[in-house]
Design a binder for this molecule. Structure first.
Ligand code: NAP
Length: 225
C-alpha cells in the first residue's frame, strides 16, 4: 500500500519504520521541503516529498504535525481519502482554542471541519512515540498491545485496522469521531499500555467525568474503571 505522512518528526518516523518493515511504500513530508529530508528518508528506506506530493501519493495519509498547523493541510487532494489523525491538543504548543480546551469538540471533529470530505480515522494518538517504537508485536503475541481508533466511515476504519495490525498492534473500535474524547488526553486509555480486552473495558467504562491527571500513563497504578 502507498502510505504518506504529513510530518516527518518523531511519530512520523516511528510509523514509517513499522510501515517500511511491513512492506509498504512510504513518503514523508514537512513544511521545509524534501531537500531537508534526504538523509532521513534514506535512513528510513522511504521517499520524501512536498506536502502536496505526499497527500497525492498516499492511498492512506497520516497527519503527524502539531495541531496548530492543521490549516496548512491541503484539502482538495484529500477528498475521499482515508486520513489517519494522530493529533492531540496541547495548549502550550497549539495556543488557546476554547472549544478544544472546554471539550466541546474532539480534536478529530476539529480536523474534520477542515477536511469535511476526507474519511478521517483517529489512531495512534493514544500511544507515546517511545512505546510506538518498542511495543509493536506480531499478531497473536501474548503481550500484544491494543490501540483505540475512531471514525465515521466503516470502510476507512477497516482499512486502518488492517494497517495498524500490520504495524504491530491490536485495535479496539472506540466509535465515531464524536466519541474519540474517550481516548484523548486526560482519559484512562490515553497512552496506557493495555491489551485488547482491557482497552475495551476501559473505553466502555470511561464517562465524561472520568478524568486522570496529565502524565498518568507514566504510573497508571489504578485505572479508575
Ligand atoms: N510524540 C508523541 O509521543 C506523540 C504521541 C501521539 C500523538 N502525537 C501527536 O502527533 C503529532 C506529531 O507529533 P510528533 O511528536 O511527531 O511531533 P514532532 O516530532 O515535533 O514533528 C512534527 C513534524 O511536523 C512537521 N510540520 C510542522 N508543521 C508542518 C506543516 N505545516 N506542514 C507539514 N509538516 C509540518 C515538522 O517539520 P517542519 O517543522 O520541518 O515542517 C515535523 O517533521 C502531534 O499532533 C502530536 O500531538 C505525538
Amino acid at each position: 500500500m502507498r502510505i504518506s505522512l504529513v510530518g516527518a518528526g518523531s511519530m512520523a518516523q516511528a510509523i514509517t519504520k513499522h510501515a517500511v518493515k511491513a512492506g509498504h511504500q512510504v513518503m514523508i513530508s514537512n513544511s521545509r521541503g524534501p531537500e531537508t529530508l534526504v538523509q532521513l528518508s534514506k535512513a528510513l528506506g522511504c521517499e520524501a516529498g512536498t506536502v502536496d506530493e505526499a497527500v497525492t501519493f498516499g492511498e492512506i495519509v497520516f497527519i503527524a504535525i502539531p495541531l496548530v498547523a492543521y490549516s496548512s493541510i491541503p484539502v482538495a487532494p484529500l477528498v475521499g481519502k482515508v486520513v489517519v489523525d494522530l493529533l492531540n491538543y496541547f495548549p502550550h504548543r497549539d495556543g488557546h482554542i476554547s472549544e478544544l480546551q472546554d471539550g466541546e469538540v474532539t480534536t478529530s471533529e476539529f480536523l474534520a471541519r477542515h477536511l469535511p470530505q476526507s474519511r478521517i480515522v483517529k489512531a495512534f494518538n493514544a500511544i507515546t512515540v517511545e512505546d510506538l517504537e518498542k511495543d509493536a508485536r506480531p499478531a497473536n503475541s501474548p503481550d500484544r498491545r491494543a490501540l483505540p481508533i475512531g471514525g465515521n466511515d466503516a470502510e476507512a476504519k477497516k482499512i486502518t485496522t488492517r494497517l495498524v495490525d500490520q504495524l504491530g498492534f491490536d485495535v479496539v473500535d472506540g466509535g465515531s469521531l464524536i466519541e474519540t474524547w474517550r481516548f484523548e488526553r486526560f482519559r484512562p486509555a490515553y497512552c496506557v499500555p493495555l491489551n485488547k480486552d482491557k482497552l475495551e473495558r476501559v473505553l466502555s467504562a470511561t464517562m465524561r467525568e472520568t478524568k486522570v491527571p496529565d502524565g498518568y500513563w507514566l504510573n497508571p497504578r489504578s485505572i479508575p474503571v
